[in-house]
Unconditional design. Sequence first.
Length: 149
Amino acid sequence: MKKVTKIDASYYLNQQPRGTTNSNLGKDEFLKILMAQLQNQDPLNPMEDKEFITQMASFSSLEQMTNMSSSMDKMVQAQNISPVLQHSNLIGKEVTYNKYDEDTGKIIDTPVSEVKAVSQYNGKAVLEFANGEKAYVDAVLKVSSPSSE
């Protein structure tokens, strides 16, 4: 009996990429199907008006859903702007904010200071004040124009 010690690489199955199928019909495919139906219909027994109207309503719904989907995508992208940009309008404003005890997490003061800069830490906006302190945006209680003294 022969002993097999090695598999020849020429016996391997070739890994060929499989094509992806798109099961969703787009508006172009829908119109092509509708045009083919109209061109190939029996002249003695044409498509009913109700059928044609139903198909056109389906096409209209498809187009509206496509437009709504792209609008939603744009809205989501707009919401994903940097927290720094989102809160940069606070620079130069006078802000009342909660100051927390680092050990207990309790509010120890509510100082008022002008925002000098906005930075980011762990995905959250951090306000840097004229008094040298820093605070997360969610600690802000009040925003106002700086008082002219």
